[in-house]
Design a protein around this ligand. Sequence first.
Ligand SMILES: [Cu+2]
Length: 299
Amino acid sequence: MGIGTITFLEISFAAIIILWIIKTVFTNRGKLTTGAGMMTAMSFGMMIGLVGGVIIGVSNPQGILYSTIIGVTIGLVGGFITGLPFTIMAVLDGSLSGMMGGMMGAMLGEMILSKHAPILINYMFWMFICFSLILIYFLYDVLTIKLPLIIRNPLLLVTVFALFFYTFEQLNIGSEEIKNNKGVASPHSAHELGTGSLSPQLDSSKLDMPTVVIATDFSYSPATIRVDEGIPFLLVLKNNGGIEHDLEITNSQGVLVHLHVQPGEETKENISLPRGTYQYVCTVPGHKESGMVGSMIVS
Ligand SMILES: [Cu+2]
């Protein structure tokens, strides 16, 4: 999934702002008050921790422990460095705020559904840009330095807004996708379980409603799926467990279905199977033995 819809241009923009803040703080050491130093270190540490933590949480497949450690470290380093030119108090303030931001960001990044991740990352990214600019205005105000012409130039604001709308455009594509997948969130699987009582209307709804199987550590819900022969359907595997799982159906000809999913994420595949009863299992070693077995009845 990487880092969502953040582009190279946006990353460069953020990098310039980060370097600018660090440069301003270091070149003006001694001229800034302890209060200003604490405020700078706290804001910067917290923001960089939040954004870094969210990005790590979303893109790191190894789980919340590593995301938290990396997120907290990013915030800690950011806050520490920014506090360094000031006092020990600013270093302490920056480091602790950075750790807090990193921890919250990582948790949020891990918890969010993968389809919502680009929206969250973009939101965090633009929040970061906005607060960084405010921080720059603050620093220059405290230093009573007139901002360089480029900042006072209205063109900068125009550029920022243009970039924002450019990203916003991409966000709309994201939400369009979410609208189309709305059915995924509602477990249609409950319908599949009650067989005899299904009305014709409910049957026809299978055409556009996906069949959702939820994997946990270590079972499938539902353990039995009934589908109609000859009608392709969307099989969604959602992982509510803490480790990776998959769902595989094999027969004598080989693998018919294979869906693999990381914790907190979901994958889907359009499938159509001939009449019969199929066993689906998780092929991660030991999982089948622990109970990750289900059956799909195609009739
Ligand atoms: Cu498994």
